[in-house]
Ligand binder design. Structure first.
Ligand code: MN
Length: 448
């Protein structure tokens, strides 16, 4: 019985685009060091840097980008794939996101066949390739709403230990995915500078006034961002069975955080100005379909409460978790001047999440709240169980009580002006081509 269920799941989720033996006529697509193979096909919105030309959608292949706006003008596909491609001519992917999974999967199949060895469309695709080295990127969607969750139990426990050493984990954590409403207007593309925010910080003694000025505890958080597909009408719910079809894809997300501002303002209504000044995302959206080979079973420890029925189904149990490797690196003004490579701060994996992506979608809409195409949902800091899997300085420096020594000798408890944070992600599995997510970078600028 168990074997049958697993087999059914695999057949439902995997298709010919996931065949690990597929290769492309474009040589760089077959290079694992580049990590954009035929099996990947992530979306971004780009243009050639420094040109007065419009941003438009593209798909990564090797070290190139397939210009979807130019491709759409040729009309190389038919049926649902042609309809999906025809939405890829503007400056965002919202229209494609709104179409839904049936269209996405047909477009992926058509693109996959077009870039494989032996394709009859090789000449047409070749004419619309633009080198990634020449590209600059804009936000891939008009993001109307941004919600950030908090689904790593390791991050929640480490953060809680600093403020509540006797009971670090709040009792609701194991029953529902905790989230707050972020600020969509300040989501920026990788490479955008982040000015140090100014604000009130918690007084040292409760009878003192708060201090006011540039944050002294500026931090990063390595998260994954999820772009919503069709979404739901207000007053309706997305069930756990339908949730996957509302996940267009994932990117890397840095939830910049001013810990001193956060500590003072967070009670009683949650994060506000400590988070709303900037959120950085990586340019490429890796489609949920491309991630199907990297699903893992959902294993909640037997000693923990099992999810309520509305957050659980067979598909979640068999493959609700995604195996995505995450890495946080940084450089400083001094390290860049001395040409040191960026320092690895920590590494982790999305598989350490306490809740699954589909559970986030379902829980978000359980009260009838409407999700819309292009909405951005952050997972929360994806720290793992070990000390070297802590994906924020607040954890790495134990709330600023012990400095992290960088390989070139400098020390950090939090970020200083000129520091650059580089967040990376990739999918690695034996016998399958590597999928590179690219990176989300941001350099700290002096406060305004
Ligand atoms: Mn966060």
């Amino acid at each position: 019985m168990q074997a049958t269920l697993i087999l059914k799941h695999k057949i439902n989720m995997l298709n010919e685009t996931h065949d690990p033996s597929l290769t492309s006529w474009l040589e760089s697509a077959n290079d694992p060091a580049i990590g954009f193979p035929v099996q990947h096909l992530p979306f971004a919105v780009f243009r050639r840097a420094g040109r007065a030309e419009p941003y438009r959608p593209g798909v990564a292949l090797g070290d190139q980008i397939i210009d979807l706006a130019q491709l759409a003008a040729i009309k190389p596909f038919s049926g649902l794939a042609a309809e999906a491609l025809s939405t890829c001519t503007g400056s965002t992917l919202n229209a494609l996101m709104a179409l839904g999974n049936t269209y996405w999967t047909e477009l992926r199949l058509a693109l996959s066949r077009a870039v494989r060895v032996g394709s009859s469309l090789q000449a047409e695709i070749t004419r619309v390739l633009i080198p990634q080295a020449q590209a600059e990127y804009s936000l891939p969607a008009h993001i109307r709403d941004y919600t950030d969750f908090y689904i790593s139990i390791y991050h929640a426990t480490a953060g809680g230990k600093i403020s509540r050493p006797d009971a670090p984990l709040l009792p609701n954590f194991k029953w529902l995915p905790i989230g707050y409403h972020g600020r969509a207007s300040s989501v920026v593309m990788s490479g955008h500078g982040v000015a140090r925010p100014i604000g009130q910080s918690r007084p040292v003694r409760s009878d003192e006034a708060p201090s006011f000025g540039p944050s002294k505890r500026l931090d990063f958080e390595l998260e994954m961002g999820m772009f919503v597909g069709p979404g739901n009408a207000q007053g309706t719910r997305i069930s756990i069975d339908q949730a996957d079809e509302h996940i267009f894809g994932l990117c890397i997300l840095n939830d910049w955080s001013a810990r001193d501002v956060q500590a003072w303002e967070v009670q009683p209504l949650g994060p506000f100005l400590a988070k709303s000044f900037a959120t950085t995302i990586s340019p490429w959206i890796v489609t949920r379909e491309a991630l199907e080979p990297f699903r893992l079973p959902f294993n909640r420890p037997a000693t923990d409460p099992q999810p309520l029925p509305y957050l659980m189904n067979e598909s979640t149990k068999q493959g609700g978790v995604y195996d995505i490797s995450l890495r946080a690196l940084m450089s400083t003004e001094r390290s860049r001047a001395a040409k040191h490579p960026p320092a690895l701060l920590a590494h982790s994996n999305l598989c350490h999440a306490y809740w699954t992506l589909s559970q986030l979608i379902t829980h978000h809409t359980v009260n009838g709240c409407n999700l819309q195409p292009g909405d951005l949902i952050g997972t929360g800091t994806m720290s793992g169980p070990n000390p070297d899997q802590a994906l924020s300085f607040n954890e790495l420096s134990a709330g600023g009580t012990r400095a992290v020594t960088l390989p070139w000798g400098q020390e950090r408890k939090f970020l200083e002006d000129g520091d650059e944070v580089i967040l990376q992600a990739e999918c690695i599995k034996h016998g399958y081509p590597r999928l590179n997510f690219g990176q989300a970078t941001g350099k700290i600028l002096p406060s305004i």
